[in-house]
Design a protein around this ligand. Structure first.
Ligand SMILES: Cc1ncc(C[n+]2csc(CCOP(=O)(O)OP(=O)(O)O)c2C)c(N)n1
Length: 340
């Protein structure tokens, strides 16, 4: 059973991810990305658009607003020594695992003070100190990479667990089969976390998945497959706790499928390809709002306590913004040093 203090900590982390990504909307270079893009990405919207800040973040930015309960619920049962691997949609995972906000924001702005000295950017947040072993622009690659530290832990007889987060689209890559098979065969300490947000880019799961639940596939590898409500952070925490303790005890991997939804478009904002009624329905199940209401109802944290928590997170992000904006861009010499 998760304690009150842990609940408050989880709510704080959820707010951190939500407000961090809301802040990103002001900095994202919509114009450059729209010019590069075609199809649904090309539609510009007004939501959050701030001309003054436009361009502080270049390249593609994938927001995970709406999916905070998954990253926070899973990471709440992990230690710094445990490893996570992410995809193109990696900010939430990084922050949930403890990557400092200022290092993440500076990285997104391409500054030297970032967790990869500004040479990685949004899709390559990486911070081994906190066990964040990287975002990845290659869909499905993180599943195979996660087997490395899991194998090392098993080989050395230590108790670290490795967790790849991937989407429903990632579940259809060949690496899914290879990784689940090998992890099960060797009983590796892995928890495979599928964030099924119902779309891969703009492709709905209904026309891409042969069965409604990705978790059903676990049976084919002889591991438990668990479906959990990805909007309920406590449910995710509990399911992840069971899977992680199984992995730590040497009993092998679990496939955890979290049913969730992203409230923004695939890349950037306002490029919604989802049906508006569907979006509205899921917004009724906003994981941050739901959890806050539950904690108020249970007397764990009052509404004013939550407001204070939220303001504290906002101040933390203001401070990170100041840090990032004052951090220099990396020099070509530094790039050469890091890469060579
Ligand atoms: C190997 C590979 N194929 C295709 C792409 C292009 N691509 C980028 S994101 C994406 C959809 C990913 O969907 P999903 O795994 O469900 O994650 P979500 O975006 O829903 O979080 C695709 C196909 C890619 N980056 N890598």
């Amino acid at each position: 059973m998760v304690s009150s203090a842990e609940c408050v900590e989880m709510l704080q982390r959820m707010w951190r991810i939500r407000l961090f990504e809301e802040r990103l909307k002001q900095f994202y270079n919509y114009t450059a990305y729209a010019n590069l893009s075609s199809g649904p990405h090309g539609q510009l919207g007004d939501d959050g658009y701030d001309f003054a800040s436009d361009g502080l973040i270049g390249g593609a930015v994938h927001l995970s607003i709406g999916q905070e309960a998954v990253s926070v619920g899973v990471c709440s049962v992990l230690d710094d020594a445990d490893s996570i691997f992410s995809s193109h949609r990696s900010h939430g995972h990084a922050l949930a695992k403890g990557v400092p906000v200022k290092k993440a924001l500076a990285e997104l702005m391409g500054r030297e003070g970032g967790c990869c000295h500004g040479c990685g950017g949004s899709m390559h947040l990486f911070d081994p100190e906190h066990g964040m072993l990287g975002g990845n622009g290659i869909i499905g690659a993180q599943l195979a990479l996660a087997l490395g530290p899991a194998f090392a832990a098993k080989y050395r007889g230590t108790r670290e667990v490795s967790v790849p987060f991937f989407g429903d689209g990632g579940a259809n890559q060949g690496t899914f089969n290879e990784s689940l098979n090998l992890a099960a065969l060797w009983k590796l300490p892995v928890v495979f976390v599928c964030e099924n947000n119902l779309y891969a880019n703009s492709t709905p799961v209904g026309i891409a998945l042969a069965t409604p639940d990705v978790a059903d596939r676990a049976a084919g590898y002889g591991m438990p497959g668990v479906v959990v409500d990805g909007q309920d952070v406590r449910a995710v925490h509990e399911a992840a706790a069971t899977a992680v303790s199984r992995a730590r005890e040497g009993e092998g991997p679990t496939l955890l499928e979290c049913k969730t939804y992203r409230f923004e478009g695939h890349c950037g904002v306002s490029a919604q390809h989802q049906n508006p009624e569907e979006c509205a329905r899921w917004r009724q199940r906003d994981p941050v709002v739901l959890f806050g209401a539950r904690l108020a109802q249970e007397g764990v944290l009052s509404e004013s306590g939550q407001e204070e928590l939220r303001r504290g997170v906002e101040a933390e992000i203001d401070e990170a913004e100041n840090y990032a904006k004052h951090s220099p861009y990396p020099t070509p010499e530094l790039l050469a040093e890091l890469v060579l």
